[in-house]
Design a protein around this ligand. Structure first.
Ligand code: B1M
Length: 208
């Protein structure tokens, strides 16, 4: 099993989209748990490329092709992550303004769907007013905010305040690499999750 997980990681880092998808399918057919594929191969590969970028050994084009390979692999995982019950509630989910990172949010969406939630994904680089509009339009059980940059996470308290002005009882969950439980508490969020699996667990907990 270690070989195939390593091969998936290598394919992502090298931006091999088709190979990533093929290997993820092969691993699933071989009985590897989808969560293991994500946590032990795909996510570490993104960390790896991020660290290379920080050290000046990888550049934006490499980040982009790795992200595309990651998304391709996620397509293969989706049916397995999204299978399960339905009707737990509605979540509106988006990445805050100025932030175009989509992978973490998309994984959160898949895990929420897998846990039985209906998800309206309003995308990336979502303006605060758009979050309010989407809240008004869908009246979700939970609003989910994702932020991947330490600069853009500063939008989180702003969105929370604007949405609470619309509905003081709105339930809001936040996450993303730079976000911490402490930051979530300070921002007035109802829930925080460090990863997509925990996000699904937290969403169930928030709705009791
Ligand atoms: Co960017 N980027 N990036 N990037 N990028 C990071 C985030 C960075 C840490 C890389 C680094 O320097 N080491 C760094 C941020 C530093 C900081 O602010 N702290 C960074 C930077 C600096 C930038 C640019 C500014 C680079 C530049 O242009 N000079 C630029 C900004 C663009 C913008 O948004 N305005 C930029 C651009 C990009 C790409 C477009 C090239 C690409 C994104 C492509 C895409 O998403 N479609 C990209 C990528 C791929 C990364 C890294 C390498 C990988 C991110 C990722 O997909 N991780 C990243 C390095 C890293 O993360 N180590 C990096 C995998 C994913 C599964 O994890 O997104 O953390 P994550 O999501 C997790 C949890 O956070 C959590 O669950 C998810 C799944 O388990 N979670 C939630 C997320 N949202 C949640 C919501 C919840 C609950 C949990 O509740 C609602």
């Amino acid at each position: 099993m270690r070989e195939i997980l390593e091969a998936i990681g290598k394919a992502i880092v090298e931006g091999e989209e088709e190979e990533t998808r093929r290997l993820v399918e092969e691993a699933l057919q071989g009985g590897v748990d989808p969560r293991k594929i994500l946590e032990d191969a795909m996510m570490p590969a993104m960390e790896d490329i991020g660290e290379r970028f920080s050290r000046g050994e990888a550049f934006i084009p490499e980040l982009i092709v790795a992200a595309e390979a990651m998304q391709r692999g996620m397509e293969a995982l989706k049916p397995r992550l999204a299978e399960g019950e339905r009707g737990r509630g509605l979540v509106v989910l988006g990445t805050v303004q100025g932030d175009i990172h989509s992978i973490g949010k998309n994984l959160v969406r898949m895990c929420l769907e897998g846990a039985g939630f209906e998800v309206v994904d309003i995308g990336e680089d979502v303006k605060t007013e758009r979050f309010v509009e989407a809240y008004r339009e869908h009246r979700p059980d939970i609003l989910g905010l994702s932020a991947l940059l330490s600069s853009t996470m500063q939008r989180i308290p702003e969105v929370i305040e604007a949405v609470r002005a619309e509905d003081s009882g709105a339930l809001i969950m936040v996450g993303g690499a730079p976000v911490t439980q402490e930051f979530a508490d300070r921002s007035g969020a109802d829930g925080y999750a460090p990863n997509a699996f925990e996000a699904a667990r937290k969403a169930k907990e928030l709705l009791g």
